[in-house]
Ligand binder design. Structure first.
Ligand SMILES: Cc1ncc(COP(=O)(O)O)c(C=O)c1O
Ligand SMILES: N[C@@H](CCCC[NH3+])C(=O)O
Length: 522
């Protein structure tokens, strides 16, 4: 529950920061609002989120830190992150300055222990509910073969959304029967590939796909299991680009328009499909449980209507993902346990009178987000006198598109001088020819010098997976760190990789064709 004064709440709603139904906001007046907010801050926020992370900061064996310093560092240290005796950031027992030297920068460093811990938290939280469940990792957040191996080892299912993700999973040896295929525009090629592989389940998004899948499955003589993706008409408070549950959404069958009911009818009539139930995903980076509860309620109402009209009972209800994480101090997500408990309670209450369906979830960000740290080398440091100091790093929107796309905010520290006092405010710029390629505005750091290693925290989700080659920059390497060992799981692209798929038509060939200077390719 959050507390807002009436005037702030009104302003937020006008700015559309607060979807009316998305979070448990309680409007109160003046002084009461201040007092309650303070109480809430101290009891809930500080205790819940800082304690564990402050402990990590305290574990640092450098000089003793003040409470403020510990708190500040707690925002940048996650999982096994600590500051070692050399005053360097260490993750998974590996000195990040050494990692930068060994693998080059930019470099994505993934804390494998934290990834596994997050996966287990979801599974254990569901076990406690006593309900039947399934946790799938939404691989769009971060998809590599090593990551698929970790998900399988932890007993999770995998959600894929393209032939590329499916191929990665299959090549990594992920069991096809534990793969769920998502997407609003699956191509015939993708459907065939998935059917040939024998994947476990399709989440069907629209009527075109429903009939196409039925037809292709018939041609192949198979009968895949499906869920129907339903758009519940729930608008959550998150960036507009990552809301998906509102009525005007390009994902799923609309509930209020009657499309969802029609889709169930068609799916039940389809000769080559097995309808297992419904799915809904209301958005991403969601901090409250109000939206989930509302969506569950609507799904249960749909289930009751279908029972009454067609005698149909869903066996599975997939509540999607979207559970938020704490990128910066102002973010106040709940824990995986709290999200799971809220969804399980809502299902128990709303499905009363119906057989309880299996509950599935598919978190992505909350499994890998905090486990990732991106290391950069500081290049130019430029002062616009009296206005701002720009610190440029050797990556940017090519390895992390989120600030440019969603105005996403991040915390960062100097990995090589982690215990020095931040005393100047700088802005971190990427290296692309775009004014919008700014990773962080107004960040407090110790005086920054060329050659410093900047560590941006919480970059495990939607960074590597959204990386691109703009300005013909190379995509960075990814390492998994654990127990003092660093394993390269994705190599850095080479210059040769950048031109590897280029072809020069004969009429454009340079003269002489095989001449020219010797080029460095690394
Ligand atoms: C259908 C679906 N499921 C799961 C996810 C994972 O979301 P998140 O990474 O926010 O948990 C997404 C992405 O938002 C999605 O579109
Ligand atoms: N790419 C988004 C999340 C996409 C969610 C996919 N449905 C992000 O970085 O926040």
């Amino acid at each position: 529950m959050a507390v807002l004064s009436r005037s702030r709440m009104r302003k937020k709603m006008q700015r559309k920061e607060v979807g009316a139904l998305s979070r448990d906001f309680v409007p109160v007046d003046g002084f009461v609002s201040f007092a309650l907010a303070k109480l809430f801050w101290t009891k809930h926020f500080k205790m819940k989120y800082n304690d564990e992370k402050i402990k990590a900061a305290v574990r640092s064996s450098g000089r003793p830190l003040s409470y403020r310093e510990k708190e500040r560092q707690s925002m940048r240290l996650h999982g096994t992150g600590r500051i070692n005796e050399r005053g360097h950031l260490e993750i998974g027992g590996c000195d990040t300055v050494e990692l930068a030297r060994r693998f080059g920068t930019p470099l994505y460093v993934m804390d494998e222990e934290l990834i596994r811990k997050q996966m287990r938290r979801y599974v254990n939280a569901f076990r406690k509910t006593g309900l039947s469940f399934q946790v799938a990792y939404a691989s769009k957040a971060f998809c590599t073969m090593a990551m698929c191996r970790v998900a399988e080892e932890e007993g999770l299912h995998l959600d894929v959304v393209s032939d590329g993700e499916l191929y990665t999973a299959l090549k990594a040896g992920f069991p096809p029967e534990s793969i769920h295929f998502h997407g609003n525009n699956k191509t015939p090629f993708e459907l065939e590939m998935a059917l040939d592989a024998g994947i476990g389940l399709f989440i069907v998004d629209n009527f075109t796909e429903l009939s196409m899948l039925d037809r292709i499955a018939g041609e192949k003589g198979v009968r895949p299991r499906i869920l129907l993706r339903v758009t519940p008409g729930v608008e959550v408070s998150t960036h507009q680009y990552i809301q998906t549950g509102q009525e005007d959404s390009r994902f799923g069958f609309g509930l209020s328009s009657g499309q969802a009911i029609r889709a169930v009818k068609e799916a039940l009539q389809a000769r080559h499909l097995i309808l297992e139930g419904f799915h809904c995903h209301i958005g991403s980076q969601i901090f409250g449980t109000g939206g989930y509860k509302l969506a569950v309620g609507k799904m249960a109402a749909l289930a009751k209507e279908l029972r009454d009209r067609f005698g149909y009972l869903p066996r599975i209800f997939n509540a999607g993902g979207g559970f938020g994480i704490r990128y910066v101090e102002k973010d106040q997500p709940l824990s995986p346990e709290e999200y799971v408990e809220a969804i399980a309670d809502a299902v128990r209450n709303s499905f009363e009178g119906l057989p309880l369906p299996e509950i599935w979830v598919e978190p992505g960000r909350s499994i890998v987000g905090e486990a990732g740290t991106t290391l950069y080398t500081v290049g130019t440091v430029k002062e616009v006198p009296g206005i701002r100091k720009y610190v440029s790093v050797d990556g940017g929107m090519t390895d992390n598109l989120r600030p440019a796309l969603y105005q996403a905010q991040y915390e960062a520290m100097l990995a090589n001088r982690a215990l020095e006092t931040p005393e100047e405010t700088v802005s971190i710029a990427g290296k692309c020819c775009e004014s919008g390629d700014m990773l962080i505005w107004d960040l407090k750091l110790p005086p920054v010098r060329t050659g410093d290693i900047l560590a941006v925290s919480c970059t495990g989700a939607y960074t590597y997976s959204m990386a691109n080659n703009y300005n013909r920059n190379r995509r960075p390497a990814v390492v998994f760190v654990r127990n003092g060992e660093a394993d390269l799981v994705v190599e850095r692209e080479t210059l040769e990789d950048l031109t590897g798929k280029d072809r020069i038509p004969d009429r454009l060939r340079a003269n002489p064709v095989s001449g020219g200077p010797a080029l460095k390719v690394r």
